[in-house]
Design a protein around this ligand. Structure first.
Ligand code: ATP
Length: 230
């Protein structure tokens, strides 16, 4: 992958994410973690090579096919990308409203429950510009997981919260993963990676220096979260 006419920022990377697996993506700043997630989110196409997603080659998929594919992916962006004119509740409810099929009262109940769980009981009606960095991060995470996507991509999702909340949010990802969501979490927090015990993909200077030999199962126990049970 390269940006424009620049040098390649990712080279000769080959891996498969088994359905339902959980992977951490680590590596120093600038190694290419965000760039790799952009390939997986279909925000960028590789300059050479192949990306297949849900069994289909998406490298040459028409642009018109991308929104439908992206609806199957939940993303926590490093810069959150919340809609500033909407409340936290409405930001989080968006994937459910776009998916359709659920009645508004149920959506609201589900969203409120999740926002309470991530510690935003008193900030649900606030708009993103009035939220702290850590609060915005939690809204972004809630939005990414609310519709139980098939694939969850999270870019440094706990970078702005304290260690206890970081653990709580990781357990939310684990809980979702147990429901079948394939998960990739890019993080600098090696202590948390060690504690959670998932498979690790390690990037260094644009190459994968360590990729999981095994199936990417998280080994540690977790606290149950009722809102994400089927
Ligand atoms: N939009 C862009 N245009 C040109 N180069 C870019 C762009 N975004 C990132 N890069 C370059 O691509 C390389 C990989 O960056 P990337 O953001 O993927 O790394 P990262 O591992 O996610 O870093 P961090 O941990 O700091 O978020 C870096 O050399 C970076 O300077």
């Amino acid at each position: 992958m390269r940006y424009g006419m620049g040098a390649e920022v990712l080279q000769d990377i080959s891996f498969t994410l088994d359905p339902g697996s959980f992977h951490f993506l680590t590596g120093p700043s600038g190694a290419g973690k965000t760039s790799l997630l952009k390939l997986l989110y279909l925000a960028h196409r590789p300059s050479r090579g192949l990306v297949t997603m849900f069994g289909d080659d998406v490298t040459s998929a028409p642009r018109s096919a991308l929104p439908r594919l992206r609806r199957r992916i939940g993303v926590v962006f490093q810069e959150y990308r919340l809609l500033d004119h909407m409340s936290a509740i409405d930001n989080v409810a968006m994937p459910l409203r776009i998916a359709g099929g659920a009645d508004e009262a149920k959506i609201r109940e589900h969203v409120e429950e999740l926002l309470i769980w991530v510690g935003l009981k008193d900030r649900m009606h606030a708009r993103p510009p009035t939220l702290s960095g850590g609060e915005k991060q939690r809204v972004a995470i809630a939005r990414a997981v609310i519709a139980k996507p098939e694939l969850l991509l999270a870019d440094e999702p706990t970078g702005n919260v304290d260690p206890d909340m970081a653990r709580r949010l990781m357990h939310l990802f684990v809980e979702l993963n147990k429901l079948g969501t394939t998960t990739v979490v890019a993080t600098h927090d090696l202590e948390l990676v060690e504690e959670m015990g998932g498979a690790v993909m390690q990037l260094s200077a644009g190459g994968l220096t360590h990729s999981p030999a095994s199936e990417g199962q998280i080994r540690n126990p977790h606290r149950p979260h009722k809102g994400l049970t089927p």
